[in-house]
Design a protein around this ligand. Structure first.
Ligand SMILES: Cc1cc2nc3c(=O)[nH]c(=O)nc-3n(C[C@H](O)[C@H](O)[C@H](O)COP(=O)(O)OP(=O)(O)OC[C@H]3O[C@@H](n4cnc5c(N)ncnc54)[C@H](O)[C@@H]3O)c2cc1C
Length: 426
């Protein structure tokens, strides 16, 4: 399914309840009441489709990428919350009156939605573990969706319309089934294709290389630049997994290699993981891939552990003997954070990749670039006019990516030639 079709399908689903209600025969009511009802319906349709935009469905993230999927998820959630919060205040003369007992489920859902929204906004400032947050977010959204369904079917003036009622029940069922698929069916499917830890080794300051091997199956078919949700030594349930870019090249065999920086609960325990430990892999996800994108050259801008998907792309280009010119700008704080330095040197020597290291706390004898992968460095290396037609791949800290993207666009690189992936959603 291509991206346009996906967006068209999304709009059709979200707008269908509004269209059906406009076509249905009902007693006339004031414009304010129509707008209030419309806001409520739109909010509920958006809320129900949010379950499919959770970043766990490959059909979605493979087409539009995980960044866009999650940005849509957040933007649409905010729109749904605004519409839902406005919904009760718009009414002047609601058909079911102001009977609180008839409105109870709607009122509870409204308050829970406001709470869920505040939790999402302040989650980084709370002490809540990421896994607990995900559980609360999923369960909270499902409870709200159930309460609103009751509200729509028993308190709404549209409840008498059987077609609309069937549509709401159908959309609610799809939302619930998507949770069942992620949290019950996917773990079983993962258990049928088990993996195990092949090796774990520290390759730089607070940075580990984790290699997984398939146990009794052919492994994963992926494209370089994609990522997978993995869990190691824990239950296969999807709450326990974390997303990591695949750093190995698809053409290099059935093992999957990851480059992982210590950050929190799971990543800080990497050093204690023993070879042979059972692992689960859900993937491949994402579309930061170069296949199908013709470009006369490829430039990659990586910051820190953002090198992971870029390594996969560079390794695959080398395996395929791709003769297009390649450039890598690789930024780190200090020299101890650079990973696979020898391999990058070999790549420069044998494959002709121009590798530019940037350090903003360099050692005294450093002869590379002093600073970050910033606008100044990009302007220094992207000099030839033909480089405007190249493909640019960005992965690293959000500030670096924003600045790199702005600089490239100012240099005349078309936005469509820039692809990127963020490791964190804000
Ligand atoms: C598409 C993608 C690819 C990634 N690739 C890599 C990679 O190749 N190498 C690497 O080191 N890191 C990568 N990350 C980041 C990595 O997923 C987090 O660092 C990791 O999940 C933290 O897990 P933890 O249990 O150690 O931390 P936790 O204690 O669970 O959380 C610490 C912080 O990490 C973030 N985080 C945790 N889990 C997730 C999650 N499931 N989704 C998004 N953010 C999360 C949250 O902001 C949280 O506050 C990637 C992230 C994404 C979204």
């Amino acid at each position: 399914m291509n991206a346009r079709l996906l967006i068209g399908l999304y709009l059709a689903v979200v707008l269908l309840p509004l269209v059906l209600s406009a076509l249905g025969a009902r007693p006339p009511r004031s414009v304010a009441d129509e707008l209030a009802a419309g806001a409520g319906m739109l909010a509920y349709a958006i809320l129900l489709t949010e379950f499919l935009l959770s970043g766990r469905f490959r059909t979605v993230s493979r087409q539009i990428g995980i960044d866009i999927t999650m940005r849509f998820h957040q933007l649409l959630a905010r729109s749904a919350v605004v519409l839902a919060l406005l919904h009760p205040f718009g009414y002047r003369n609601p058909s079911m009156g102001f009977d609180l007992s008839a409105l109870a489920t709607g009122i509870i859902a409204w308050a829970l939605l406001a709470l869920l929204f505040l939790m999402a906004i302040f989650r980084d400032r709370s002490d809540l573990r990421h896994e607990s947050w995900r559980l609360l977010h999923g369960i909270g959204a499902a409870v709200i969706a159930g309460l609103v369904l009751h509200h729509v079917l028993y308190a709404g003036s549209l409840a008498q319309d059987p077609v609309l009622a069937a549509l709401w029940i159908g959309l609610f069922a799809v939302a619930v089934l998507s949770l069942v698929f992620i949290y019950a069916i996917k773990p079983v499917l993962k258990r049928l294709r088990p993996w195990q830890v092949d090796s774990v080794r520290q390759i730089a300051e607070r940075t580990w290389e984790l290699t997984l091997a398939p146990r009794g199956h052919a492994g994963l078919r992926y494209r370089s630049g994609q990522f997978a949700w993995i869990s190691v030594g824990r239950s296969a349930i999807s709450l326990n997994d974390n997303p990591f870019s695949i750093a190995s090249a698809p053409g290099s065999g059935d093992r999957l290699q990851f480059v992982i920086k210590e950050l929190g609960d799971f990543t800080r325990t990497l050093g204690q993981i023993a070879p042979g430990t059972r692992a689960d892999v859900d993937g491949p996800h994402g579309n930061m891939v170069i296949t199908g994108r013709d470009a006369p050259g490829i430039a990659m801008i990586a910051g820190g552990v953002g090198i992971a998907p870029i390594l996969s792309i560079l390794r695959q280009l080398r395996l395929e003997d791709d003769l297009r010119p390649t450039l890598l700008l690789y930024g780190n704080r200090n020299a101890d954070q650079i990973v696979y330095r020898d391999e990058l040197d070999t790549l420069a020597r044998e494959h002709g990749t121009r590798v530019v290291h940037a350090l903003y706390e360099p050692p005294e004898d450093w002869d590379g670039y002093h600073g970050m992968c910033d606008a100044a460095l990009i302007r220094k290396v992207v000099t030839q006019p033909e480089m405007r037609q190249w493909l640019y791949i960005l992965c690293g800290p959000p500030a670096m990516m924003d600045s790199a993207e702005r600089t490239l666009i100012n240099l005349g690189v078309p936005a469509l030639n820039i692809i990127s992936e963020r490791f964190k959603y804000d």
